[in-house]
Design a protein around this ligand. Structure first.
Ligand code: AMP
Length: 114
């Protein structure tokens, strides 16, 4: 996988507002928030898109979602609810090719998302 800005965040080479970390996952605030709470959860291991995930990475994908849910519970966001999104490739709106779950919360979400 090619180098992305998120690789630099993992290596602490560029600053990020890190709000969650465990052995496999890093969570930091999005620089261009789309909701009052907008946190990105990324695996420390390189994986470009959801398309590239292998069956061996099923647990890693689960850990991303569980990290987002753990953060939401810790921050008191879980009961009102939130949205967890993975954008994939061009039509999905992916711009950084290091897989990430967007956690959006703090306002009512709309559906369809458009
Ligand atoms: P996506 O469009 O799904 O690939 O999402 C990429 C997200 O990364 C966007 O919401 C950007 O605002 C966010 N982003 C890009 N660079 C940074 C950065 N250095 N720190 C935090 N968020 C970033």
């Amino acid at each position: 996988m090619s180098e992305t800005i998120f690789s630099k965040i993992i290596r602490h080479e560029i600053p990020a507002d890190i709000v969650y970390e465990d052995a496999d996952v890093l969570g930091f605030r999005d620089v261009n928030p789309q909701a009052p709470v907008h946190v990105l959860f990324i695996p420390k291991q390189a994986l470009a898109t959801l398309n590239d995930a292998t069956p061996e990475q099923a647990s890693l994908l689960g850990k991303l979602l569980l990290a987002a849910a753990a953060y939401a519970k810790r921050e008191g966001l879980a009961e009102r609810g939130y949205r967890a999104v993975i954008n994939c490739n061009e039509d999905g709106g992916q711009t950084v090719f290091h897989i990430h779950v967007h956690l959006l919360a703090g306002r009512k979400m709309h559906w369809p998302p458009g």
